[in-house]
Design a protein around this ligand. Structure first.
Ligand SMILES: [Ca+2]
Ligand SMILES: [Ca+2]
Length: 377
């Protein structure tokens, strides 16, 4: 018979070892095609929205209320970055995306998007760039320049989209949502419901596809979009984006300059009111999605994976799911795509990123949303 004190001591040891184990690996996930991922939490945030990795392996994370954080992964410290412009926080709006210029190591330009409100209460997305100075203990944005804005600003606070991506030669692509107004997605005089292509300094490239539809249309790359919360290039240089459908009908699209994606004239979903919207196959002149979802996944965040940790997943797209609380893996083969696996994350996923050594990182949505690292072991 063991003395009571020894039993207590042993129990205490077990408790401590269980707790420390829980901190290193929280749990594992198994996808519906049998792939396994190990999950580690790096803490929680206040409505995190986007992230990007710096060349030194640290992270910039945006929080929708208007905070940009420099997150150091070695000691898990986080420092607010000063110089972020005032944002119109509310509804779907606030501080949005953040990406690095392709030559960031030389020029330190970061590109960010956010919602802005005018004097009469109308709002729209803005894209700006600034140089990130993190040499001192107080990291800051300096030399901020506004490059682009949604025109016109309108009432409401939904469907800003404002996700950003650079192509391999340094052109900046911006997703501009329809601001829940629908018809502007087909308008040549409003830049809502479009994918925009501009130069890294905000000037307009002369080789954009719509040259005879007025000045604003010279910035358009494609039209007929609804709410696009993910945009990324694959290794062959093809551009992919997803967008939220109305009631269902979310889309994953191969984006081709000069094409019309049909919103709000066609959709695989229907209006929330129950009023039907003609399906894509009724109007073949509009680009139909390569993948669509009925029921909805509510896609947010997008990477096209090219890392070494999961070599079998190279050229696969990963999409976060809000309503579906999922991470969705999509196989891309040339111009074709198909969902091949889904991981049940148990929380709304707002953002996906590829990190050092090819780990996959996600941000959960809303207040308390966690930063999670997904690895193979
Ligand atoms: Ca990102
Ligand atoms: Ca329909």
């Amino acid at each position: 018979m063991w003395p009571l004190r020894s039993i207590c001591y042993l129990s205490l040891l077990l408790l401590i070892s269980c707790q420390s184990n829980a901190e290193s690996v929280d749990n594992s996930l198994e996808g519906n095609a049998g792939s396994k991922l190990f999950v580690e939490s790096f803490g929680s945030f206040n409505e995190p929205w986007a992230m990007t990795f710096l060349p030194d392996g640290n992270l910039l994370i945006t929080e929708k209320p208007g905070t940009l954080l420099l997150v150091k992964l070695d000691d898990r410290s986080r420092v607010p970055v000063s110089g972020v412009p005032e944002v119109a926080f509310g509804g779907q709006g606030g501080l949005g995306d953040i990406i690095l210029h392709p030559q960031y190591s030389e020029n330190h330009w970061v590109y960010l998007s956010y919602a802005e409100e005018n004097a009469t209460g109308e709002k729209g997305a803005v894209v700006a760039r600034a140089q990130f100075d993190h040499e001192s203990a107080n990291p800051k944005l300096k030399n901020l320049q506004i490059l682009w804005q949604q025109t016109p600003k309108v009432s409401g606070s939904g469907h800003y989209s404002h996700r950003l991506a650079f192509d391999p030669v340094g052109k900046l692509f911006i997703t501009s949502g329809d601001r829940q107004k629908q018809k502007p997605a087909q308008s040549w005089t409003q830049n809502l419901g479009k994918i925009i292509r501009i130069n890294a300094d905000g000037s307009v490239p002369p080789d954009n596809p719509f040259q005879d539809k007025g000045e604003l249309a010279k910035t358009f790359w494609s039209l007929g979009h609804r709410n696009l919360l993910g945009i990324a290039f694959d290794r062959k240089g093809s551009l992919w984006s997803h967008e939220m459908g109305p009631r269902h009908g979310d889309e994953f699209n191969l984006i081709v300059g000069g094409e019309n994606y049909g919103w709000p004239i066609v959709s695989w979903g229907d209006h929330y009111s129950g009023i039907p919207i003609p399906d894509h196959d009724t109007r073949p002149e509009f680009h139909a999605p390569e993948v669509y979802w009925v029921p909805t996944v509510a896609p947010s965040g997008l990477i096209i994976y090219d890392g070494s940790m999961f070599p079998e997943w190279q050229d696969n797209a990963f999409i976060g799911g809000l309503r579906s609380e999922a991470l969705v893996r999509i196989k891309i083969s040339g111009k074709q795509a198909a969902e091949v696996e889904r991981f049940d994350m148990g929380n709304r996923i707002r953002e996906v990123e590829q990190g050092p050594k090819g780990a996959i990182w996600v941000l959960e949505d809303k207040r308390g949303g966690r930063l999670l690292r997904l690895t193979s072991s």
